[in-house]
Ligand binder design. Structure first.
Ligand code: IMP
Ligand code: MG
Length: 441
């Protein structure tokens, strides 16, 4: 018999991050035990606002109990790394969907920083939240990469939409993120945009990234070989572009690195073009069917590319001028229905099993792309030096789409390196500034 809990669990499983949920669960125990109020306690809590001393005592007690839990989780992570992520560690047994963790995470220190910043231990009525834990994990990863005693950060990759700019936006010259990105490049770190946006030629990327291209061109203090460390991996893992400039001709932008220049991973080269075509044909048929079945508006567009097929809601068009007047939106339910339908059918389709694909919802559209960000990041790790590739322990991918098993395309990058899960370009900026400030210390 299915309980309501189980139904909810199965329906929402694709949206959950089980590691974060598990940590939240652990922390909810001291929260309940410490703060289980009866009426008298609620009155005390009110008084507490006036008598700082008692408030501080409870806050300190909560802090110590949470801290002890983070110390334990930190040890579990250490143990998992020592076991080479073989899937048999205690942490893997406790959180079966956890996947690899490449570096130690100083979670106790990260908790102390975030508890201070977000007043986590001072809260009496709101327990440690999903976002609290997400921030703690991000800070722990930053602390690791800014510890002078560990291996260096060599490659930072960014997702585009929501990570570097607002959804559908561009990296224009007023974007605050440009400065820390240039600083990271000036440290000799490779920087890649690993985006689902897939175009075979550089023009679209040059327009969207115009701010950083112009700013980089103007920086005389950054050597050219460092500037060439700025690359774009487009269409998840399908198209590679590298920054170039020519001061005599006053030209700058991105040059396509042809796949035959052997940047593609051997497994990708082996994919059969017929399988790729079959997968995209099927995706296109499914999307047409869904358009009818879900009664989507006639403005809905189904787009077929060489390495992707997607569905977009389109625009309301002015009847007189034929101009786009208002962007339309899919409902959240329809977006999820589409991405889960694509994924489930593809999982059982033999040509799709012989290649790799990513079905995801980008917030306002839904795509089936050939390849994935795990491959995109890995191809970059090998791009500069095949004999001596950058390791997952030296790689950091920053993105917003990590939540579900299905439907989020940054999720796969976890297989190739360390990650920061952000919720807005402002958060990306803050984390980059934090890394740079700690490097300077
Ligand atoms: P990302 O956040 O940088 O990975 O970009 C994802 C967004 O790129 C999607 O939501 C789409 O709006 C857009 N996009 C443009 N072309 C493609 C494509 O070929 N595949 C997937 N997404 C695309
Ligand atoms: Mg994104």
């Amino acid at each position: 018999m299915s309980s309501k809990y189980r139904i909810d669990y199965h329906l929402k499983r694709h949206r959950k991050d089980e590691f974060i949920d598990w940590i939240k669960g652990m922390l909810s125990i001291p929260f309940c035990l410490l703060h289980s109020y009866n009426l008298e306690d609620v009155m005390n809590a009110t008084n507490e606002l006036e008598t700082d001393l008692k408030g501080d005592k409870i806050t300190e007690e909560a802090f110590q109990r949470y801290l002890a839990i983070f110390q334990d989780i930190e040890s579990l992570v250490q143990e998992k790394i020592k076991d080479n992520n073989d899937g048999k560690s205690r942490l893997d047994q406790l959180v079966p969907s956890i996947g690899p963790i490449f570096t130690p995470l100083p979670l106790a220190r990260a908790f102390a920083i975030q508890s201070d910043k977000r007043r986590i231990s001072a809260r009496r009525f709101v327990s440690v939240s999903f976002n609290d834990v997400r921030h703690i994990l991000n800070t722990a990863q930053v602390l690791h990469f800014t510890d002078p005693n560990v291996s260096k950060l060599k490659l930072v990759t960014f997702d585009g939409d929501v990570t570097l700019y607002e959804d559908g936006g561009s990296l224009t010259n007023d974007n605050k993120i440009i400065l820390p990105m240039l600083e990271i490049l000036s440290h000799g770190v490779k920087v890649g945009l690993v985006t689902a946006a897939g175009y075979d030629t550089p023009e679209m990327y040059e327009t969207r990234l115009s701010g950083i291209v112009e700013a980089l061109y103007m920086r005389e203090d950054i050597p050219y070989n460092y500037k060439q460390n700025l690359v774009i991996m487009g269409g998840e893992s399908n198209y590679l572009f590298q920054y170039y400039e020519d001061k005599h001709l006053e030209k700058r932008g991105f040059l396509k690195v042809e796949p035959h220049q052997s940047w593609m991973l051997p497994e990708m080269v082996e994919w059969d073009d017929n399988d790729i075509k079959a997968v995209l044909d099927l995706a296109e048929r499914i999307l047409h069917k869904l358009k009818k079945k879900l009664n989507l508006s006639p403005e809905t567009q189904i787009i077929r590319k060489k390495r992707a097929c997607g569905i977009m809601p389109g625009h309301k068009v002015d009847e007189k001028t034929a101009e786009n007047i208002k962007p339309l939106k899919f409902t959240r339910e329809n977006l999820e229905e589409m991405v889960l339908t694509l994924q489930k059918i593809m999982e059982n389709y033999p040509p799709a099993q012989r290649i790799q694909f990513s079905c995801f919802d980008g917030g306002s559209d839904c795509w089936c792309d050939i390849g994935g960000k795990d491959l995109g990041v890995r191809a970059l790790q090998y791009f500069w030096d095949k004999e001596n590739p950058i390791k997952p322990t030296e790689t950091l991918h920053i993105g917003d789409q990590f939540a579900p098993m299905v439907g989020c395309n940054d999720f796969k990058s976890r297989l190739s390196g360390c990650t920061l899960w952000i919720a807005s370009p402002e958060e990306t900026n803050e984390l980059l500034m934090d890394i740079l400030q700690r490097w300077q210390k």
